[in-house]
Design a binder for this molecule. Structure first.
Ligand code: PMP
Length: 496
């Protein structure tokens, strides 16, 4: 659906050599968009200036076309509100009009992303855009040679690429069980479910394990807040403040009373989602003491935990404290891992570790949703783990990421002193830039877009207004990172 300010993929231009007047071509184009159901009734059109830029015409040509469409009753312009699609009746006369997809789209239960997240998801793939916030490895960190070696061997390893059983490839689950054991997590292969990325694990939990109305506690800010997975299933996300040691667990359940009286805590049907190791977006590493206290608190209150360990292997100087899951001997924690951050999100492989009963139930639903994660990716990963190639690669990756982090920190020292505060991340991809100047970050986002630079404003992760920016040193090339950071400092200074 169209949203004001959203950059539309208008990949059409009027033919200026055609005999048909340009404004008429625009009328026909917009009508086609509406009659095909791409632009639904109730959608808001971008501004006239934006359309004129897209079509490479004068604004007066756009105005003429819109006026004609308004006169047919297809569009309606309201002062101050912009132009809306109000009907497709004209197209009924002109062609076989489809049903009003807008009504159907509004009826679904899965909520739309917030507009800024929608824009980021689209703009990341625009040509020449510099991505300063992307949580992925840069293409030059991708181990092409290692992947070639593994993929070449694969046809001798797998008997076919047929569907796999509900929990995923046994060879991969066995390899993961061994890796987890080295970390101190005791998990038989029967307690491991392979998912299509850890996002899918969250989706499965939301539809299988929680009642509508139940509360999901999480750090404030949190990656989870940028997603609609839990709210779409009727759960209420509740943010808990953090300090440098991690989540301030004593605030769980006390948001309304604003007291630290643990007796008042009501956690029935609730759950805690946490990213203790290199938290997204702040990079915070939960201390060992806080981990122990948090685990004790949750055990005492019978509050189950989802521990998201997407970044745990990406430490830069020293190993982080062990995952919470290592303390769990009664099946209180569902532990999530993924290959997306250390190697390649496009493989779409994650894993969930939990009690057999939970893994079986989620596996059954997974079969109804996609009948298993990619068999090819699972075979490739099993081979990478068992051959030892993956561990060798990780050593090299940590070294390269550390260089990138140090480079980004040196740029911040140079350009952001006095403009922002930040901590030195001990792992993963992100520097959480807390702006010291009072400027609206959504406006900064738009201003940076004009410079062809995409940033991730803190607002998309937080429960309240947030003045920070999630800067990533893992994705942009050195030169782009340098120019991008310098430019951002310039723009902020001008906006002050
Ligand atoms: N958890 C965290 C903390 C993440 O940052 C991400 C990706 N941004 C995910 C989960 C989702 O990863 P996947 O590609 O495995 O679905």
């Amino acid at each position: 659906m169209l949203k004001e300010g959203q950059k539309l993929a208008i990949d059409w231009l009027p033919d200026k050599n055609s005999k048909e007047p340009v404004y008429k071509q625009i009328v026909n184009y917009i009508n086609r968009k509406i009659s095909s159901g791409d632009w639904t009734i109730g959608s808001k059109l971008p501004s006239q200036r934006f359309l004129a830029e897209c079509f490479s015409v004068n604004r007066s040509t756009v105005v003429r076309a819109l006026e004609e469409l308004c006169s047919y009753g297809i569009l309606e312009g309201t002062t101050g509100k912009g132009t809306m699609v109000t009907s497709n009746t004209w197209s009924v006369l002109m062609s076989n009009a489809p049903p009003d997809w807008g009504d159907y789209l509004r009826a679904g239960t899965f909520q739309e992303n917030v507009p800024t997240v929608q824009m980021i998801n689209k703009l990341e793939f625009e040509k020449d855009i510099v991505r300063l916030g992307t949580g992925e490895l840069s293409p030059d960190l991708f181990p092409a040679e290692m992947m070639r070696e593994v993929l070449q061997k694969l046809p001798d390893r797998f008997p076919s690429l047929n569907y796999l059983g509900p929990l995923g490839l046994p060879e991969l689950r066995r390899a993961l069980s061994l890796r987890l054991k080295k970390q101190g997590i005791d998990a038989d292969p029967s307690c491991i479910l392979i998912t299509s990325g850890s996002l899918q694990a969250l989706q499965l939990i939301s539809v299988c394990m929680l009642k509508p109305g139940s509360v999901v506690y999480t750090e404030s800010p949190s990656y989870l807040k940028s997603l609609q997975v839990f709210p779409s299933a009727g759960m209420k996300l509740t943010g808990i403040p953090m300090d440098r040691d991690g989540i301030q667990y004593w605030d769980i359940g006390n948001q309304t009373e604003n007291s630290r009286n643990e007796a008042a805590v009501d956690m029935e049907d609730a759950l805690l989602y946490t990213i203790p190791t290199f938290h997204n977006p702040t990079g915070t590493l939960m201390s060992e003491t806080r981990r122990k206290e948090l685990f004790r608190f949750c055990s005492n209150h019978r509050l189950p935990i989802i521990e998201d360990d997407a970044y745990g292997e990406l430490w830069l100087e020293e190993e982080p404290p062990k995952p919470l899951k290592t303390m769990d001997h009664h099946g209180m924690i569902l532990y999530l891992g993924t290959i997306s951050k250390t190697l390649a999100p496009g493989l779409r492989i994650g894993w969930l570790v939990g009690p057999e009963s939970v893994v079986e139930r989620l596996g059954d639903v997974k079969m109804q949703i996609d009948y298993g994660a990619s068999s090819l990716s699972q075979w490739a990963l099993a081979e990478l783990f068992s051959s030892g190639l993956y561990d060798k690669y990780l050593i090299d990756l940590r070294h390269k990421l550390k260089l990138r982090r140090d480079f980004a920190l040196s740029l911040l020292e140079k350009h952001f002193r006095g403009l922002a505060q930040w901590d030195v991340p001990k792992g993963s991809f992100y520097i959480w830039l807390k702006l010291l100047v009072d400027i609206p970050t959504d406006q900064l986002f738009q201003r940076m877009l004009k410079e062809q630079i995409l940033i991730n404003p803190g607002n998309i992760y937080d429960f309240q207004k947030n003045k920070s920016i999630r800067l990533s040193y893992s994705y942009a090339e050195e030169v782009s990172l340098e120019n991008g950071i310098e430019k951002m400092a310039d723009v902020i200074r001008k906006m002050r």
